[in-house]
Design a protein around this ligand. Sequence first.
Ligand SMILES: *Cc1c(COP(=O)(O)O)cnc(C)c1O
Length: 375
Amino acid sequence: MSKVYLSPPDVGQLEESYALAAIRSGWVAPLGPDVDAFESELAERIGTSYAVATSSGTAALHLALLGVGAGPGQAVVMPTLTFAATANAAIYTGAEPIFVDCDPTTGNIDVDLLESLLDRLAAEQRRVAAVVPVDMFGVCADYDRLLPVCERAGYPVIEDAAEALGATRSGRAAGSFGRAGVLSFNGNKIMTTSGGGMLLTDDAELAARARYLATQARQPVAHYEHTDIGYNYRLSNVLAAIGRAQLSRLDGMIRRRHELRDQYAKLFAACPGVRLLGDADPGANCWLTTIVVEPEIAGWRPGELAAHLAAQDIETRPVWKPMHLQPVHAGAETVLTGAAERLFATGLTLPSGSAMPEHEGERVRRAIDEFLSRR
Ligand SMILES: *Cc1c(COP(=O)(O)O)cnc(C)c1O
């Protein structure tokens, strides 16, 4: 019996043939025709004017923040419930994160809380480089309310859509909402290049600056002149080829993840005290399906289900540990309600990978059923 992972890469023959063709073309470097094509295909899919392929989502976030001038003495406002990379990228620039609590139904940044924070920061004349909402587990943040709030305060939005490729809100694609948006193609994401990312923007200057900084800030002269400190952040052409194969399969992979979510929803429908995180959103990409368990009502704790599944070689995981609870961010500025801590204590993410064959999905559901019927 093989182990069932949370969200393993869904790659096969198509990716193999694209990678092989890229290698045989001779373009084995962090530039080449597959990088160019991958960028224009993604820009078209998301609906932005520019896309810059990077070696990771974190690198794209770093470049986007540099592009809006983030640096020492400034704050970058972000949700506390996110992956470490969101905060790391801000700190690379020398800015300091301010962590905001989340909406308990989606895990996305609490816009009421954000609004009162921005009012206070404006009154205190604090320097704020950007607001970085995260589209948690593939559900877009509440941009209908968030964008006007940030606009009124005069702060640019950098959308961390690392988890949300293929998600939409109000007819717009995740990655297109802010001054810049960022995608990740890490191995566990909805589509992968093994590692990689993309910066999306309509701002020609920001895109050009990102390209320049991502290639060691090399001036366009033969002898490699440098007037800035740059980074080696571009995506390999071979990996871009894998990305193009993945992109051609993206809609099918999203459909499979929706199917898995629907099956979990049915399984837990009759369980009082159990809900699916972000379930009401029709534009979700269903990257990961997470249940939220109120132990007082359900009569069991998510950790007990996790242990039951682990004994059958089925991987599960709590939601992100909030940034304000991370030792490395002790002392960071925060605005909290307790919602993120509650989700950390009560959430459990279930196997959600699009490569999961039907018999494995069945094995997972049978194991859950077994657990539930003993309660
Ligand atoms: C995965 C992820 C990133 C980082 O992407 P990498 O490609 O792994 O660098 C950033 N933010 C969030 C919310 C993520 O989930």
